[in-house]
Design a binder for this molecule. Structure first.
Ligand code: HT7
Ligand code: ZN
Length: 883
């Protein structure tokens, strides 16, 4: 397979100004007619025109209306080449035949539950017709769709509907015109039996926009929350960024078969139905929150991605990092900002940090790829969002807004690069960002070390920062990064000290907040080693460093346990309050893991117990915050910090701590469950979801006690709950207690929800993630369950993905978990390479484990690589993992 490099980017020789598409949808095959208006970038260009095309049958090819003869062009399995196209402007007319019914890869045009739909990002358009399938080719499109009227009563594409009517033979047609230029990855077509929930939104300039959410008729009642989310997102983007929607119609379609979460096609967003459909009985609070965030995310792409797009796929974070940042901010404003920040940072630590430390580590802007689909990663998305967040931390909200305004002013309608975004932020603010661009090019999570010193006589407090960026594949040596460190200093009264000046780099810098001393300041750490000295500090403070997690780094400091307990109790920055508890928990778990490995008895530190108790019982705190603060760091996060990851020891220790906490705090936890039961009808608002979050966290702790009383309590919650959030939490609590009750309740849940496929996916995931010894056999049986289907990505992610995410059974020492994944990956690759490669990623950190596990995982990767007809997707992940 061919590797593609950023450094080899070349502007296209030809632009496409306009594209007219015509689809004749059929039951066996579909015909695609395309008419492209080509113009050379440089007058007189005589370079060959190379079009991408995969799995296409060429029926006819005309240039300026004349059919081309065989020796005027060349077709192979990937390209159609015109070796000497006309000079100047010309039209190209291409007819291709495709088979959407046989397309199980779910890219290009395919069928999902009887309906036609498309997925063109990143390189799916080449499976529809021959085209320059690259994002810097921006054209205006029209799309005519013809199909059977009874089978496909609804025909949708991008832009405005300009014509529709009936045809002979029970067929009908629709013509859509998109007035905005777009790259082909934003093209979309949907045809099928769908109904819509309609609403309107009046933009701030007074335009009326019709909003339509399309699903099969029976699911329409479950689209209310998605519609609410869409309207909230439209309003938020106007309020916060001054960005208004630009067409009179916005369509959202929910489909059950989709490789990712959703797709921002211009004015025709296509969604995985799990991110649209919700009712209190069939979706949890987490689902409601995900719908809010992803509906927002796709809508926000209309400006950050569609109006201004990426020059090439290496720039993916330009649109994804920025849009994730925007959806994070949206969700923060709609709920609790600190809790959202905690959730986002936890995700970064659990998934992105391990990726940044493994064989697939790549910069936010990768240097090369074999298959672009493999680079829709937590690094590009989540770390990319952290990079955008750092601009805001450095510039403040108004400076950031100025930068965004300039970005749109300069680049509307263009395909641009990460440097263009950087330049807009810099120029709009006259800012000095020194080496900030390294965040785009250097992979690896920087390590930041902080040493403090208080000088009692001089009343100065110094912080010495040193940083190191670890080597990653292809990047053995790194330069120091620009790390914004948001910082506050707490006095012994627990309050923030006023900060007026800091001595740094031979100069005294004043710290002011509109003329007043500040309580938080942002230090610019740019060198390998650097000292900041604060003056007029009356007593030794406790520093609150990296407030709000101001940079995506791993930080070590000389804070003592006493300092951390002090921060846990007093920090005005809620993120750092939570963080202090997490640092204490991580240290505790790692200490006990070492005891466990040496067969020493495990003992819970009483100070830690008291810390958890005081948080649990502090009625002044937000309940959702309490739920987060009493939750221990995940097993993956802990393993990521170990020299040699030991899944059994980490699981045993984490379970021990949970059980001890539950035992010691049984009364408090019991009261928490009792006092937070639902009495009224389900509402997805902060007060109610916080209450449910705390209740469910307490119930999960109690479930770990595995005794009859707790089983009874969880059963009671299971039976009396009126919403899935609480019912499923009760099921999770019961799932921890092996035995008859667990089996009965799992069967009951299936019987109750068997007609709700999204709920059944949760049932698959729960069983897949179970720590019951030898669970691989149960998972194998579930593969044959009538509700399971290897062709449906959601089911694969639930069952196979769920299993691979469970440290105990996936990493079973007998290799049974690895064997299971190896076999399935090969099978799945024949159906859907994108999904298969995502599953194979579970092997990528195999070198982190002991020798026995390493050998077993390596053998599976080698077996996968030796498989016949392996896709490029899986090849890239498996070969890079082995390297
Ligand atoms: N921009 C969308 C990316 C996407 C995608 C990429 C590869 C293969 C399938 C895909 N489906 C959607 C989603 C987003 O980030 O908004
Ligand atoms: Zn996106």
């Amino acid at each position: 397979p061919k590797e593609i490099f950023l450094k080899n980017y070349k502007e296209p020789d030809y632009f496409f100004e306009k594209v007219d598409l015509n689809f004749q949808l059929g039951e066996e095959t579909t015909l695609v007619f395309s008419k492209i208006f080509v113009s050379p970038r440089v007058e007189g260009c005589s370079a060959p025109l190379v079009l991408d095309g995969v799995d296409l049958k060429l029926i006819s090819l005309k240039v300026n209306g004349e059919e081309l003869k065989g020796d005027d062009f060349h077709v192979d399995s990937r390209h159609l080449t015109l070796s000497s196209p006309p000079s100047g402007k010309y039209t190209l007319e291409i007819v291709t035949e495709i088979c959407p019914q046989k397309n199980t890869s779910l890219e290009g045009l395919y069928k999902s539950s009887g309906n036609f739909c498309t997925q063109c990002e990143a390189e799916g358009f080449r499976k529809i017709t021959f085209y320059q399938d690259r994002p810097d080719i921006m054209a205006k499109y029209t799309c005519r769709i013809e199909g059977d009227k009874s089978l496909y009563p609804v025909l949708l594409s991008n832009g405005n509907l300009i014509e529709q009517g009936d045809l002979e033979g029970g067929k009908h047609f629709a013509v859509w015109e998109d007035p905005f230029v777009k790259p082909c990855y934003l093209f979309a077509l949907v045809a099928g039996q769908l109904e819509s929930r309609d609403d309107t939104f009046i933009t701030r300039s007074g335009r009326k926009v019709l909003l339509r959410i399309w699903t099969p008729a029976q699911d329409l009642p479950k689209t209310a929350h998605a519609m609410y989310s869409l309207k909230a997102a439209m309003k938020w983007d106007e309020d916060v960024f001054g960005l208004e929607y630009d067409l009179d119609l916005f369509n959202v379609v929910a489909v059950p078969d989709f490789n990712m979460g959703a797709m921002e096609n211009k004015s025709l967003n296509i969604f995985n139905s799990k991110l649209v459909l919700a009712s209190p009985e069939t979706a949890t609070d987490a689902d409601y929150a995900a719908i809010l965030g992803v509906i927002g995310h796709e809508y926000f792409h209309n400006w950050t991605g569609n109006r201004v797009t990426c020059r090439d796929w290496f720039q993916l974070s330009l649109k994804e990092g920025l849009t994730v940042f925007r959806d994070q901010e949206f969700s923060s404003d709609m709920g609790s900002r600190p809790v959202k920040r905690i959730a986002d940072v936890s995700k970064l630590r659990s998934y992105q940090f391990p990726q940044d430390a493994g064989p697939m580590a790549h910069p936010v802007r990768p240097h090369s790829y074999i298959k672009m689909d493999n680079f829709y990663t937590v690094t590009v998305y989540e770390k990319g969002a952290e990079v955008v967040r750092m601009y805001k931390t450095l510039l403040g909200a108004s400076g950031f807004r100025k930068g965004m305004d300039l970005y749109f002013k300069r680049h509307d309608g263009q395909a641009v690069t990460c440097e263009d975004f950087f330049a807009a932020m810099r120029d709009a603010n006259g800012a000095d960002f020194s080496n900030f661009l390294l965040w785009y090019s250097q992979a690896g999570t920087p390590r930041l070390n902080v040493v403090s010193n208080y000088n009692t006589e001089a009343k100065t407090y110094s912080l010495k920062f040193s940083q190191e960026v670890p080597p990653t594949p292809g990047q053995p040596v790194k330069e120091p990064m620009f790390i914004p460190v948001a910082l506050g200093l707490l006095g012994s009264d627990g309050k923030d000290m006023p900060l007026s000046s800091v001595y740094h780099d031979g100069a005294l810098e004043s710290i002011s907040n509109n003329g007043q001393p500040a309580h938080t300041t942002v230090l610019r750490v740019t060198k390998k080693e650097e000292v900041f000295v604060f003056n007029d500090i009356p007593e030794r403070p406790v520093p609150s460093i990296l407030r709000g997690y101001s940079a995506p780094v791993r930080m070590d400091s000389d804070l003592t346990d006493a300092d951390l307990y002090f921060l846990l109790a007093n920090d005005s920055d809620e993120f750092n309050r939570w963080e202090a508890g997490q640092v204490l928990a991580r240290t505790l778990i790692l200490t006990l893991v070492s005891d466990y490995q040496q067969n020493k008895p495990l003992v819970l530190n009483p100070q830690f117990l008291n810390g958890v108790k005081s948080i649990l019982c502090d009625s002044s705190l937000d309940k959702e915050f309490i739920a987060k603060a009493i939750t221990l760091p995940g097993e993956g996060e802990i393993m990521d910090m170990m020299e040699v990851a030991d899944p059994d020891a980490v699981h045993a220790v984490r379970s021990f701590i949970r059980k001890q906490l539950a035992f010691e705090l049984e009364d408090e936890l019991h009261n928490t469950v009792k006092n937070n039961r639902s009495s009224e009808k389900y509402e997805f608002d902060h007060q109610n979801l916080s209450r449910r979050a705390l209740k469910n966290t307490a119930l999960a702790y109690l479930g770990s006690l595995e005794d009859a009383e707790m089983t009874e309590l969880a059963l009671h919650e299971y039976r009396t709950s009126t919403n899935l959030t609480e019912q499923f939490a009760a099921l999770v609590a019961l799932d921890q207690i092996p035995g008859k009750v667990r089996d009965e309740v799992l069967a009951d849940f299936y019987n109750k929800w068997q007609h709700e496929y999204l709920v059944i996916n949760k049932w698959f995931a729960l069983q897949a993630m179970s720590n019951v010894p030898g669970n691989v056999e149960n998972v194998r049986k579930l593969l044959d369950h009538p509700a399971f289907d290897l062709r449906n990505p959601n089911k694969v992610y639930s069952l196979i993905g769920g299993f691979c995410g469970s440290p105990v059974n996936f990493h079973a020492k007998d290799g049974s978990g690895y064997k299971f994944l190896g076999e399935l990956a090969v099978q799945l690759d024949k159906i859907n390479p994108q999904v298969a490669s995502r599953m194979v990623s579970a092997f990528s950190r195999w070198k982190r484990y002991d020798e026995t596990r390493q050998n077993l995982a390596k053998a599976q990767l080698e077996m996968i690589l030796a498989a016949n007809g392996l896709s490029e997707n899986v090849f890239e992940i498996a070969s890079k993992s082995l390297a």
